[in-house]
Design a protein around this ligand. Structure first.
Ligand code: TA6
Length: 307
């Protein structure tokens, strides 16, 4: 049997013969569910808006062309926090059985969904704020071994532009106090909760014991894994041609302050491990040959990887 793909109500759903599935809103090309072996890996707040009235609180929001509050003195300065990609309506470009990617050998055990966004289908306000001709193709590949997300950025205009990109993934965890995040060891990070300054990670497994908002830069290893402290491996998040990883959990006070993050103990049940190129800017020259390509994948830890 083949994978099935259903498009209804502004949402694309793909289901493999194994029962694994992914759901992607055309709004923001936001993955709002990824079920693998019967487990939901994506956290979405009960109070999340899914009607396009504001970015989804949860899922995998696509952050482009700027991460965080854009610097006022930068070309992206007039855009909202995290740019416009996550609050624009993308086009569904179609499905294909993915080329034999890292996650699968194509065929009936994987399906690739493509979504497109370009300067011609963003709002007039966003276009006014960032008047560059760009084209994005975002591919979401559901494989039996994991989910792969890839963002292709093209400069379709006559002048170079600078961008940042990031996949703002909210991963489900049973209990945040039992989670360790491995693969960040001895990496430099910017700590936005502490002082915005640079620090070096000393723990091999980062524990979350309060609000954390850190940008780990140029991580050497290509895998960041979330594992539960009792050693049970949870999820491997890998990067390809994407240099940084952001770790975020709002904890108690910040959760209470976010009206669309409910119930109020939600912070216990997710951790954001976000892969992106956010330290500095990627400059993209005009012309068909130049395109940025960042690939991120997430999958249950492969057996040989320790938790
Ligand atoms: O990913 C970390 C972060 O930049 C935090 O600083 C926090 O602002 C979070 O993103 C959520 O941002 P949002 O605009 O979705 O409320």
């Amino acid at each position: 049997p083949q994978p099935t793909v259903r498009i209804e109500g502004g949402k694309v759903t793909a289901i493999l013969p194994t029962g694994d599935s992914v759901e992607v809103l055309l709004y923001g090309a936001t993955v709002i569910s990824w079920r693998n072996n019967g487990k939901e890996n994506i956290f979405v707040s009960e109070a999340a808006k899914l009607d396009g009235s504001k970015p989804v609180r949860g899922g995998i929001p696509v952050v482009f062309p700027a991460f965080g509050p854009p610097p006022k003195d930068h070309a992206t300065g007039a855009l909202p926090q995290h740019g416009f990609a996550r609050n624009s309506t993308w086009e569904y470009l179609g499905k294909s059985s993915s080329e034999s990617g890292a996650l699968s050998k194509g065929g009936d055990d994987s399906v690739k969904l493509d979504f497109g966004l370009s300067s011609s289908n963003i709002s007039a306000d966003h276009k006014k704020a960032w008047p560059y001709d760009f084209g994005l193709v975002y591919s979401v590949t559901l494989g039996k071994d994991g989910l792969q997300t890839m963002l292709n950025v093209r400069n379709e205009g006559k002048e170079a532009f600078e961008f940042q990109m990031l996949l703002h993934s909210y991963w489900t965890v049973d209990d945040i106090t039992k989670v360790a995040i491995n693969g960040l060891g001895s990496t430099t990070y910017i700590d936005k909760v502490l002082d915005g300054g640079e620090h070096t990670e000393s723990q091999t497994g980062l524990k979350i014991t309060g609000e954390v908002d850190r940008v780990y830069k140029s991580i050497k290893q290509d895998t960041t894994s979330i594992s539960s402290i009792d050693g049970k491996p949870r999820l491997d998040v890998t990067r390809d041609n994407i240099s940084d990883t952001v770790i975020w959990n709002p904890w108690i006070a910040k959760t209470k302050a976010m009206a669309d993050l409910r119930p109020e103990d939600s912070y216990k049940h997710f951790v954001c491990v976000e892969v992106g190129s956010v330290d500095g800017w990627q400059k993209l020259e005009p012309g068909p040959s130049n395109k940025g390509k960042g690939k991120a994948a997430a999958g249950p830890p492969s057996p040989q990887k320790e938790g």
